[in-house]
Design a protein around this ligand. Structure first.
Ligand code: LMR
Length: 333
């Protein structure tokens, strides 16, 4: 009798111990991205991590993997769909391969003149419509995070379209960006972000396009002699999660995470301009890259050469969505 009671007591305490241990295991969110920590996205991801962990009192643990340390471009979307990672914030220029070509509307050259116009799209009906298209891919869009306006770089002075002739230019996996480079007479090369520095160093590519924060934090001033302030497009991010994972969260946790994401989004968009201004100053200070400020005529020549890309991609990206963005931004092709 005594023996059986002891066994029962031990068994009972084991069950409650295992139960307690199991119940307390935090929900883990692996958040993978491809940029450095001291960038708008790098800092916003850390902001989200801190807010999510604090506000859930440790019921959620966010593991941030920056600099392609877990998955690089070309791998991370599939990893998210498979559930090997729970959260990403890829550039909107990387959704074409997923079959959601409408996201490439963001890549149309000069479609945005400033952040206010961009926010009308990201925080308005067009942004919501784009996120809706992700659900059939097993993904949910939570927010859009800003980075900045892109500038062109190369190892020769690039002021007007003719200067780009024959240059091999690295781009993200977007057909619109491919057409953008072709419109300048350059040769586009799709490449993972993590491989760009070395490709520039070895001459596999001659140049590329980045906002100053990515240019500086990837040390591209060491391998690019000129940076032309073209502001010809944007780097914008879509924060996305695996739908099954997100729908499977306890409702109270999801509400807290939504709040943390909302605040991280405000943080990201509030710091983005200054992060890029500071990075441009740092590039200037490095003395390694000459900053080319284009004249009004040179900028007009770039615009004239690049707007053809809009018409070329009308059917592919979707005339409806392009027209909606034109309405929001007042862009006249
Ligand atoms: C790029 O590939 O150039 C960018 O999308 C990287 C990033 O996430 O900012």
């Amino acid at each position: 009798m005594k023996f059986r009671f002891a066994v029962a007591v031990i068994a009972a305490s084991l069950v409650s111990f295992i139960g307690a241990a199991y119940a307390q295991a935090p929900i883990v969110i692996k958040f993978s991205h491809v940029v450095a920590l001291d960038t708008p996205k790098g800092k916003a991801a850390e902001f989200f991590k801190k807010a999510a962990e604090e506000r859930t009192k440790g019921r959620v643990k966010v593991e941030v993997y920056p600099n392609s340390s877990l998955f690089k471009d070309g791998e991370e979307m599939e990893a998210l769909q498979l559930g090997s990672v729970q959260m990403l914030a890829p550039s909107v220029a990387k959704f074409g391969p997923l079959g959601v070509r409408e996201f490439e509307v963001f890549d149309l050259p000069y479609i945005f003149d400033n952040r206010d116009e961009l926010h009308k799209v990201t925080m308005g009906p067009v942004g919501a419509l784009l996120f809706k298209k992700l659900e059939s891919k097993g993904l949910i869009g939570l927010a859009f995070w800003d980075n900045g306006f892109k500038d062109m770089s190369a190892n020769k002075p690039i002021r007007v379209p003719a200067d780009y002739k024959g240059l091999k230019m690295r781009i993200q996996s977007s057909k619109v960006l491919g057409d953008e480079m072709k419109a300048l007479g350059a040769i586009p090369q799709v490449m993972a972000f993590s491989e760009v520095y070395q490709a520039l160093q070895t001459g596999v590519v001659d140049g590329t396009e980045n906002p100053p924060s990515n240019f500086y934090t990837q040390k591209m001033q060491e391998v690019q002699k000129y940076l032309a302030l073209t502001d010809h497009g944007v780097i914008e991010y879509a924060v996305i999660v695996n739908k099954k994972f997100w729908d499977g969260l306890p409702a109270d946790i999801r509400t807290i995470l939504d709040g943390a994401m909302k605040d991280a989004t405000k943080f990201a968009n509030d710091i983005a301009q200054k992060e890029n201004d500071d990075a441009l100053e740092a590039v200037k200070k490095s003395g390694k890259t000459e900053i080319l400020t284009l004249t009004a005529d040179q900028k007009a020549a770039m615009k004239k050469a690049l707007v053809v890309v809009h018409k070329e991609n009308e059917s592919r990206v979707g005339k409806d969505i392009i027209d909606e963005v034109y309405k929001e931004t007042g862009f006249k092709p």
